[in-house]
Design a protein around this ligand. Sequence first.
Ligand SMILES: Nc1nc2c(ncn2[C@@H]2O[C@H](COP(=O)(O)OP(=O)(O)OP(=O)(O)O)[C@@H](O)[C@H]2O)c(=O)[nH]1
Ligand SMILES: [Mg+2]
Length: 243
Amino acid sequence: MYKNHRISLVLPCYNEEHGLVEVFRDLNRNIVDEVIAVDNNSTDHTAEVARRFGATVIRETKQGYGAAYKAGLRAATGDIIVTMDADGTYPRNFIPILLDVMIDEGYDFITCDRTGHKDKPSNWLRVFGNDVLNFFILLLFWFRVRDSQSGMWVFRRWILAHLNLTSDGMAFSEEIKLEAMSKKKLIRSTELPIYYKERHGVSKLRIWRDGFYNLFFLFRKRFGLLGYAPPLIDPNDPNLQKR
Ligand SMILES: Nc1nc2c(ncn2[C@@H]2O[C@H](COP(=O)(O)OP(=O)(O)OP(=O)(O)O)[C@@H](O)[C@H]2O)c(=O)[nH]1
Ligand SMILES: [Mg+2]
């Protein structure tokens, strides 16, 4: 619990037995009530490692970052959900700071910006690709985001009842930001800087393929070609705690 809020951490996992050890190394379990590790067809010991650290393991056989997140977010029960990759790149010790900002300042959705700090210089292609996608978001959706591909978000669970999340792939990351940040009257959003570390284990990102797919996705989203996905949680659930 943190300031009277139940906190869930959701981790999408595809062969992350090494990354998970790093995530749990300094995760403060006094703050995080529930960890949901989504095992997305891993062929290593991901599920065993996650269980050993006390996580609830959910299996999702549909392959993909978005598919894994959808399963994990459906299963989460906290009032506030925190997400990050299961590879040790995102800072666990920022969780209470982000929760402070959310609770004290009354935000509903916070996305984290990695662009100001890296512990090693990043691959220029990733930085460039991220900037291209940020630029097209500005062009097509008319709002500014500094790190459209960041995988660390903190949000109140009730907002899931209002988001149209169609992507099962890597574009889920930009889609959740587009959905939350464009509903300005309903959802108070912001982007905050974090630091970012080298990953443990093998990267699953296919830079060119995922980059072009994510760019194409923005156009399909903008021109309404993706249709409608039912909300991940029941909007009429009486237990949904609003701000
Ligand atoms: N790419 C990908 N990631 C998945 C999938 N299923 C679950 N994941 C998890 O989603 C997270 C994101 O994948 P990463 O390989 O870290 O991608 P990335 O962060 O863009 O690249 P790195 O900076 O190299 O870590 C990781 O925790 C993966 O284990 C999947 O089908 N594809
Ligand atoms: Mg990663």
